[in-house]
Design a protein around this ligand. Structure first.
Ligand code: SF4
Ligand code: SF4
Length: 295
């Protein structure tokens, strides 16, 4: 199964809209599956008109651990408080015992190792849920959602991809919608991809964030191309992005002009390619440049 990942260094540049339209177009000729790996703000399914309640199944998962205290074993030595890099341990002067802050604890295990009385242990916590549903376009989308204040997003992405492999058995292509940025969930989305599409807008911050994201992609030796969305809003900056692409031997897959239908499509829960079919040639152009084997 070929894996095409759509990412953007910066949020709000149209990444999910572009990923969704590419998926719909690809599904006309290929068996595909989609993985929404933006687990902090998943909304790819919504772009296909699939709401949370329309999913076939959701299940809670655990990809993280938290520290727990066995009060009976604690001797009040206070060593654990100093061991926590994340300031997740406060001190209860009255009880002479530590208090663990669930939201700040990253489950690193330093306190468990430090405690001379073995009064601390790490326990699994349900920090996310993953689910899948069938879109009206005939393919399955798998989504993951990290619970509020929880960490471990990279591992949640790995679970989303695993479920997408399972539910998309026999598919030729997996379209992965990555989170914005270059953090853990993005790396977990990109690893093992056959091609990465970096979506940007013509702003200095858009380019700066795209550079970082594509640098990370290059680190993994993955081929990538660029889509400049709203290119006509800043032609000079668009030229700068094209120059960057040329200097780095990355193809500019498409330049999309500003189109308020992107917002209208989101409001109406359909991909832009369905809301405004006039834009279809732009997406066909992108597909022609992708290593999908066939158009
Ligand atoms: S597991 Fe790590 S982050 Fe959590 S309380 Fe212990 S030292 Fe702090
Ligand atoms: S290190 Fe262990 S024994 Fe010491 S205060 Fe912390 S929990 Fe209690």
């Amino acid at each position: 199964m070929k894996k095409i990942t759509v990412l953007s260094g910066k949020g709000g540049v149209g990444k999910s809209s572009i990923a969704a339209s590419l998926a719909v177009l690809l599904a006309e000729k290929h068996k595909i599956v989609c993985a929404d790996c933006d687990v902090d703000a998943s909304n790819l399914a919504l772009v296909f008109g699939l709401r949370e309640k329309d999913f076939d199944e959701w299940k809670k998962i655990s990809t993280n651990e938290k520290a727990r205290l066995d009060e009976g074993k604690c001797n009040g030595c206070k060593k654990c408080v100093e061991s926590c890099y994340f300031n997740a341990i406060k001190w209860n002067e009255e009880k002479k015992q530590p208090i663990f802050d669930e939201f700040s604890c990253e489950g690193c295990g330093a306190c468990e190792i430090t405690c001379p009385e073995k009064a601390i242990s790490l326990v699994q916590v349900e920090n996310a849920k993953i689910g899948y549903g069938k879109t009206k376009y005939g393919f399955t989308v798998v989504s993951g959602q990290l619970e509020m204040g929880e960490s471990g997003s990279g591992k949640v992405v790995a679970e989303v991809r695993k479920l997408a492999e399972e539910k998309g058995k026999g598919a030729e292509i997996m379209v992965i919608d990555a989170a914005a940025g270059i953090g853990c969930p993005v790396i977990a989305s990109v690893v093992g991809s056959d091609f990465v599409i970096g979506v940007t807008e013509p702003t200095p911050s858009g380019l700066s964030d795209l550079k970082r994201a594509l640098q990370m992609t290059r680190h993994f030796g993955i081929e990538c191309g660029i889509v400049i969305n709203k290119h006509d809003l800043n032609p000079e900056m668009s030229k700068t992005i094209e120059k960057f692409a040329e200097e780095n031997s990355m193809p500019v897959l498409a330049k999309i002009g500003y189109d308020k239908n992107f917002v209208n499509a989101l409001v109406n829960l359909v991909p832009i390619i369905e809301y405004n079919p006039k834009i279809r040639p732009v997406f066909e152009e992108i597909l022609q440049k992708l290593p999908t084997g066939k158009k």
